[in-house]
Design a protein around this ligand. Structure first.
Ligand SMILES: Cc1ncc(Cn2c(C)c(CCOP(=O)(O)OP(=O)(O)O)sc2=O)c(N)n1
Ligand SMILES: [Ca+2]
Length: 527
């Protein structure tokens, strides 16, 4: 016999879940005891930062990530960050400690009352084992559910279970594995190939799942093969195509009318790896222009079922791309240069701060081409896509549900997942506050992230929305006067304040082997 804890650790080790992102309470300590060599615990000081770090880590690695939270209070603190992990389809395995079994009914302090309901409807599965003997199997089920659904799963475990001696049946689960394959049928491929081949002027719309599936380069090959224009689907949480490529037409604006306008003239819209669509600002219109057909290919059955227009094939996208590449003759392409030149950055003449385009041009000019950017700055996206020049897979992450508090911690998670890749976080001075404690984690584990804080003193996007919604005089958008260099110093991260372009470039160029924060004053812009 062996204890539930040793079986659980063995199962986690076999499935590569040896990095634990967590913030512990007393209920969690018996699970965290006797961690085998090879496990590492990454401590976050707030559960929102913990889950955001795990989300960045899981997305960067393309594998499940393990999280350990403190009962109800800790799990509740994580709910906001979980909205992003649901939208990014991050396979997070959330575990939380529960009071001892005999004290749950009387609701002793630290009882997670009705634990399996707490995280719904955000998690794809949540459970609490009915007895200690079922703990290892329940943990395995949480891991497999997260992996199969590509959605966070939640497991609550009474802390007196971990030390219980269990028999061979409980150990059997350590040998389990589960695999998922969604190969389209020959008939489904033939239908799709025929539709695209017959299209006079097809448009390709790519979702974040294309980058998540490692299909960034195949998407470029397909677009060049078909000589088709490419858009990133609205509200992207990843980039699935080089944003300066001659065929790239930009990020689809996140409104119904704007998508209709962008698709005019195209008789077929092929949407791959994206919901149809993640609109944001409400601008009524027709979903598609008259005569335009939409086909969606995704391995996300829910996204296919809830789409308001078009037909959908639920399958892995890779075999679909290969069929289109090999069964449709290549279309002639003009010999234009593959990538477009970058425009001169706009300036903010009438404002003391820099224009965000100047900041982004400085990043492009000073950071390595393979830098991975984690961005959370909600009024600077137009400036960002005009000036940045991303040509590698996995180069861009954004809070997938628009929930702020992802960017700063997720950059730490990405850097922990990819220690060989430069990582920069580009964070608004509003967004930075929701996950600011991750600076301490970056300092503690010396995670070499460059945090760039864009300080325009406002919730800029909300000021734009206030105008759009005809409510210009709303309160609560002025956040001026925060000193992020003092905050960073307080958490142990070296910081500088840049007020002009030379100062910013010098700071970006200075050598570093650990985390650093650069606060740059910027002028307000429209999203
Ligand atoms: C957790 C959370 N709280 C509040 C908001 C609402 N919100 C807020 C508060 C925004 C302003 C963010 O300001 P920023 O300084 O990070 O960026 P900009 O100044 O460039 O808009 S944008 C937005 O949707 C949110 N999305 N998520
Ligand atoms: Ca701001």
């Amino acid at each position: 016999t062996t204890t539930a804890r040793r079986i659980a650790h063995e199962f986690l080790e076999r499935h590569g879940l040896t990095t634990i992102f967590g913030n512990p309470g007393s209920n969690e300590l018996p699970f965290l005891a006797e961690l085998p060599a090879g496990f590492r615990y990454i401590l976050g000081l707030h559960e929102g930062a913990v889950v955001a770090m795990a989300d960045g880590y899981a997305q960067a690695l393309g594998r499940p990530a393990l999280v350990n939270l403190h009962s109800a209070t800790g799990s509740g603190n994580a709910l906001g960050a979980l909205t992003n992990a649901v939208a990014s389809r991050a396979p997070l395995v959330l575990t939380a400690g529960q009071q001892v079994r005999s004290a749950m009914g009387i609701e002793a302090v630290l009882t997670n009352v009705d634990a399996t309901q707490l995280m719904r409807p955000l998690v794809g599965w949540s459970g609490e084992p009915s007895c200690a003997a079922d703990v290892p199997r329940s943990l395995a089920q949480a891991v497999f559910e997260a992996q199969l659904q590509r959605r966070p799963a939640y497991l609550s475990v009474p802390y007196d279970d971990w030390s219980v001696e269990l028999d061979a049946n409980a150990v059997a689960v350590t040998d389990r594995s589960v695999r998922l394959g969604q190969q389209p049928s020959e008939a489904q491929l033939a239908d799709l190939v025929a539709a695209v081949a017959a299209a006079r002027n097809p448009a390709l719309v790519l979702g974040g799942d294309i980058d998540a599936a490692g299909l960034f380069e195949r998407a470029v090959a397909l677009a060049e093969h078909l000589e088709s224009p490419v858009w990133q689907a609205p509200s992207p949480h990843r980039l699935s195509f080089p944003n300066r490529h001659r065929l790239f037409r930009g990020v689809l604006p996140a409104s119904i009318a704007a998508v209709e306008r962008a698709m005019s003239g195209h008789d077929l819209v092929l949407v791959s790896g994206a919901p149809v669509f993640r609109y944001h600002q409400h601008e009524p219109g027709r979903y598609l222009p008259e005569g335009t057909r939409l086909i969606q290919v995704t391995d996300d059955a829910g996204a296919a079922a809830r789409a308001p227009v078009g037909t959908a094939l639920v399958a892995d996208v890779a075999p679909v791309f290969e069929a289109l590449l090999h069964r449709i003759p290549a279309r002639a392409s003009d010999n234009a240069a593959r990538f477009l030149a970058n425009p001169e950055p706009a300036t903010a003449a009438e404002h003391s701060g820099l224009h965000p385009e100047q900041v982004f041009a400085a990043l492009r000019e000073t950071q390595p081409a393979e830098t991975c950017y984690v961005v959370e700055s909600t009024s600077t996206n137009a400036a960002w896509w005009r000036q940045i020049d991303l040509r590698e897979p996995g180069s861009y992450f954004w809070p997938a549900a628009g929930g702020l508090g992802f960017g700063l911690p997720a950059a730490v998670g990405v850097a922990l997942a990819l220690p060989e890749r430069p990582v920069a976080a580009v964070i608004g001075d509003g967004s930075a506050n929701y996950g600011i404690t991750a600076l301490w984690t970056a300092a503690r584990y010396r995670v070499p992230v460059t945090f760039v804080i864009l300080r325009n003193g406002t919730y800029g996007a909300l000021e734009w929305f206030a105008e759009l919604l005809g409510t210009p005089d709303v309160p609560g958008t002025d956040i001026g006067g925060i000193d992020f260099t003092a905050l960073a110093a307080g958490y142990g991260v070296p910081a500088t304040a840049a007020t002009d372009l030379d100062g910013l470039r010098a700071a970006l160029r200075s050598p570093t082997d650990g985390p650093r924060l650069i606060q740059v004053d910027t002028a307000p812009t429209r999203p």
